[in-house]
Design a protein around this ligand. Structure first.
Ligand SMILES: Cc1cc2nc3c(=O)[nH]c(=O)nc-3n(C[C@H](O)[C@H](O)[C@H](O)COP(=O)(O)O)c2cc1C
Length: 203
């Protein structure tokens, strides 16, 4: 399938086959693909929690308003964007500098720029967390589709409850959950989209 076909084939799953699981290696590969998503300065200000044990699913279910997909999907990823990205950028960017892709001047310049942009600006930190988490989530969903899996993005959950139940840090913003697994028997077909003329303008 081409990328265009893959994008058009993806739908939000409404049912999963509860008998089919994913191995740790398969989950690792999905996250390896998700983290190919871009982030400002290559901040990589994201974290993923793979909820797949029966106990963890049972904890999450009431926090996700009883959405059965949590139980039936092989895995539910809690996708977090992280705050204070300027503090983690030096370490995140070091491999790019060490590989010679950027030089020392750019490395230091980007760290200084990130400090200026995010340092005193919690709203911008949160915006960046949501941006990065959302890009990683979309990349994850397309990676799942490519592997014959289905997925569903979900904001139907209690973020404070999820943060407490899964010991998120104060700097972890749960951006969205994404369920991933094998399709069940009752999935909706692709839903129509607005006309391009309604959403696109040229300037
Ligand atoms: C940010 C976001 C939050 C969503 N939250 C939920 C959710 O909590 N539960 C659910 O069943 N679907 C959820 N969805 C799925 C949407 O209903 C779905 O993407 C939309 O109807 C379009 O359908 P499609 O993804 O199959 O094209 C969410 C989608 C997005 C992008």
């Amino acid at each position: 399938m081409s990328i265009s076909e893959l994008i058009k084939a993806r739908t939000s799953a409404s049912s999963y086959d509860p008998s089919r699981q994913l191995s740790e290696a398969e989950i690792n590969e999905l996250i390896e693909l998700a983290t190919q998503a871009p982030s400002a300065f290559n901040l990589q200000n994201w974290k993923f929690i793979a909820i797949r044990s029966a106990e963890a699913k049972a904890s999450l279910l009431p926090l996700a308003f009883g959405q059965q997909k949590i139980v039936d999907a092989a895995v539910t990823f809690i996708i977090c964007g992280t705050l204070e990205p300027h503090a983690t950028l030096p370490a995140a960017l070091k491999p790019t500098r060490d590989a010679g892709i950027i030089d020392e001047a750019i490395y230091n310049g980007w760290i200084g720029a990130a400090q200026n942009m995010y340092g005193e600006n919690p709203t911008f930190q949160r915006d960046e967390a949501i941006r990065s988490g959302a890009l990683a989530a979309m990349t994850l969903m397309l990676a799942a589709q490519d592997k014959g899996l289905v997925s569903c993005p979900m904001i139907g959950f209690n973020p404070a409850g999820v943060a407490e139940a899964f010991a998120l840090q104060a700097t972890d913003v749960p951006v969205m959950m994404v369920t991933v697994g094998y399709p069940g028997s009752s999935n909706w077909p692709k839903k129509p989209r607005k006309q391009i003329s309604e959403v696109l303008t040229f300037a």
